[in-house]
Design a protein around this ligand. Structure first.
Ligand code: AMP
Length: 420
């Protein structure tokens, strides 16, 4: 058998995970600071929950299959529809407005490229049960705070409102809701395929060239409406600098469920696509069989944030704790070595032992070196008799004899920085 992964699916090494875990911790910290509580939902949903919510193009990317019980099921495509299903199912018992964050993988059968995978992590923050522009502004403010905290302070938030787009389409005499949504789906690709590409798509959808021209002319002239202006004003009062909030009349967001304010965060370089996207979806919970509850939220694209952090040199991570390998010189020192190991671990010092009894000392030292350990604590017959250990600094190769009782204290006083 030829061992290989599926395209668009990835393994993560310890090195990758250091950065990923750190970013996840930052996200959790900022979301909590803004009063969002965590939620997790299952990987699989009923097929009917997912289908028909995102639009025909996105629906084609759903991973669906028939389970052993003959039911059609689908893998989570995003975190918004599962949240809406959760609210629809539990609306009687939750406190409104409901604020949740969710950090879980989603699956899309996409054509893969840089920053576009088939299994990837999304990190969402949403507020359910408020129609107020303050809820939208809070979502924008929390997203901005995340980017600030990660050091990606250049990230600007583009903002628009679906009603602004619907109105300008209606003014261009495109009044059918289906055609309006279809135009927005094409417009959403403007950064990817350019204005020419969008025009070609619209023409293929049957729009005349004069109509397409009118649509773009109307887009050019569009202004924020009252609701959008209120969202922008409140977001500023919540600390988002004016220059980071840009009204962008071409912004349309590709997914069908958006009903109001929409926003997107992009990188300065276009090729990676958007770093985050979201908006208001006031009909989705009702569509899933729940009460008519309004909702707004954002999905942060974790994978692209990681790429940008790495590229900008912010992905480097300094370990803080020190790490030790305890080395029994012969098998007779196993007990003393295990006792030492336990003592170090109980005191919060990262310590491990080569997981094989009687391994040669050189082999153990080589292992410590390859794993980048800071110290070796070497215990031979003489040390056991004297209740001492040999403490070897693996960076400098210097070593000293330390009494067993002083070992923890001595290691605790070392910090990573002092070793370098
Ligand atoms: P969406 O749910 O499509 O609005 O996407 C929200 C965010 O998820 C985007 O801004 C991207 O950063 C990220 N994203 C979407 N699709 C992918 C993908 N295939 N691979 C990695 N990240 C993605």
């Amino acid at each position: 058998m030829n061992p290989q992964k599926l395209k668009g699916f990835r393994d993560f090494s310890a090195e990758d995970l250091k950065l990923r875990y750190r970013v996840i911790d930052t996200l959790k910290e900022v979301f909590s600071l803004f009063g969002f509580s965590p939620l997790e939902t299952p990987a699989l949903e009923m097929g009917e929950t997912l289908k028909g919510k995102y639009g025909p193009e996105a629906d084609k990317l759903l991973y669906t299959f028939t389970d052993r019980g003959g039911r059609e099921v689908g893998m989570r495509y995003d975190l918004t529809v599962p949240l809406s299903r959760f609210i629809a199912e539990n609306s009687g018992s939750i406190t409104l407005p409901f604020k949740r964050y969710q950090i879980q993988p989603v699956w899309r059968a996409e054509n893969t490229q840089r920053g576009r995978y088939r299994e990837f992590l999304q990190c969402d923050a949403d507020i359910v049960g408020s129609r107020s522009p303050l809820a939208d502004a809070e979502i924008i403010a929390v997203s901005y705070a995340v980017f600030q905290k990660l050091g990606l302070s250049y990230a600007a938030i583009q903002i628009n409102r679906r009603q602004v787009l619907f109105k300008l389409l209606t003014n261009a005499k495109i009044s059918s809701p289906e055609i309006q949504l279809s135009v927005l789906r094409s417009l959403d690709k403007i950064n990817k395929i350019g204005k020419d590409g969008v025009e070609k798509e619209l023409s293929a959808k049957g729009l005349s060239s004069s109509l397409i021209e009118t649509v773009f002319a109307n887009i050019q002239k569009a202004e924020p409406d009252e609701n959008l202006a209120a969202v922008i004003a409140l977001a500023k009062e919540l600390g988002v600098p004016a220059e980071k909030l840009c009204f962008e009349s071409t912004l349309s967001r590709g997914l069908d469920y958006y009903t109001g304010v929409i926003f997107e965060i992009s990188t300065t370089e276009g090729s990676l696509g958007s770093l985050a996207g979201g908006g208001r979806y006031d009909n989705l919970i009702e569509k899933l069989g729940g009460p008519a509850l309004p909702a707004t939220g954002i999905a942060l694209g974790f994978e692209r944030i990681i790429e940008v952090l790495k590229e900008s040199g912010l992905g480097k991570y300094k370990e803080t704790g020190i790490s030790v390998l305890v080395i029994p010189v012969t098998e007779s020192e196993t007990s003393v070595a295990l006792k030492t190991l336990r003592q170090l671990r109980q005191n919060g010092l990262g310590a491990e032992i080569y997981p094989e009894l009687g391994a040669k000392m050189e082999k153990q030292l080589k292992y410590a070196d390859r794993k980048g350990r800071d110290f070796a604590v070497i215990i031979g017959p003489e040390e056991t008799a004297n209740k001492t250990v040999v403490l070897k600094n693996l960076r400098t190769q210097s070593q000293e004899v330390v009494s067993f009782d002083d070992l923890t204290k001595q290691l605790e006083s070392c910090s990573r920085e002092s070793l370098e």
